[in-house]
Design a protein around this ligand. Sequence first.
Ligand code: NAD
Length: 420
Amino acid sequence: MPTAYLEEVNPWEAQAARSDVAAEKLKLDEGLWKILREPSREVIVHIPVQLDDGRLEVFTGFRVQHSIDRGPAKGGIRYTPDVTLDETRALASWMTWKCAVVDIPFGGAAGGVICDPDKMSRRELERLTRRYTAQSMELLGPEKDVPGPDINTDEQVMAWIMDTYSMHARHTVTAVVTGKPLELGGSHGRIEATGRGLMIVCDQAAKKLGMSPDQTRVVIQGFGNVGSNAARLMRRRGYKIVGVSTSKSGLFNNNGIDIEALSLHYQRNRTLSGFSGSEETNSAELLVADCDILIPAALENQITSRNADRVRAKVLCEGANGPTTAEADEILVDKGVFVIPDILANSGGVTVSYFEWVQDRQGYFWTEAVVNDSLQHTMRTAFAEVLKYAETHGVSNRIAAYMLAIDRVAYTLRQRGIYA
Ligand code: NAD
């Protein structure tokens, strides 16, 4: 796949480039920003795992807690071969800002383990997950730090974390992770939550820009948890999904792709390739394809100074964390692209994670309709608040979202005071 559009941008620096601007616009006290800017705790663990062939391997894992000012730290765990401490730092701080944008009582955290799940058996992944959890025990807990799924981690991984933590605690602690299977204290609607949240904010943007779903062509990069659920739900709402991709291949059909049929094809074959009726393409081409809404839902640094000027979408809705570089931001603003920034757009996942945590702690479970209605209310409110902030302060949607978030966290910190 052509990769000339990619830029090596350190995600922590990309995050800091935006949050520094927002803090400055807020005229935030310099000392307060020194506290809020940096993660409060970073842990590196070396995780011994016995492989199926009997060899011992040692994996490196991270857990970063950026902030616990507004509540327990909250954030996903990713398993990728190239995850770094800086990437984990960036994800942790994005979680702090994201939880504040949707006004839920969580701080921000993130975790990662350097590994390649494609090359590991299920038993190896289980041993890795359990040992990573055991080595992070003192950090975790429903009142302390609550992990959730991210790239290459799913319900099963969350179930292993819950079980390992519970074995150490000597009783079942469902609220220690979110994104669990329904039968283990998971929430209705959690699997689709991030995709549903993307649809809710796209609906709001379409309404604002006078676009009707059935006239709106959508391209989605990534067909994992976020991308595939956004595709299915948006198709059902009436949007025309004209392009989708994975790391290996992509499809484009200007008349719209049959997403239900494609999902079945993908489940059976684990590839998009070979799906009839669509033109085969790749991720790089799709980012600049002719469409109305572009949803990057895969990785960081996809829209860069090298391709931003060729983006043809009217709306950029960020399903992934950090898919756009700071340099690309300026190009998109100049082009008049309506950006729904990651810390707003993909906050549906953590919002329903919050609902899951509430349900676990109450021992009382909601219907799917209650979950989805509450998610819609939360996301519509946050969307309106970000837009109002942008108008009032004359800044982009992205800087507005950061300003709103930083203002909320700073307010809490001021009220709590600095313990010394
Ligand atoms: P996932 O592992 O389920 O899926 C990732 C998808 O991205 C896969 O389809 C993979 O093939 C694809 N991909 C990888 N490299 C690609 C490339 N170069 N081009 C096109 N596709 C590529 O992960 P996910 O949970 O869907 O997460 C995707 C993004 O959304 C990440 O940035 C994650 O941090 C963010 N996010 C996830 C959640 C959640 O609830 N899972 C919530 C908020 C944000």
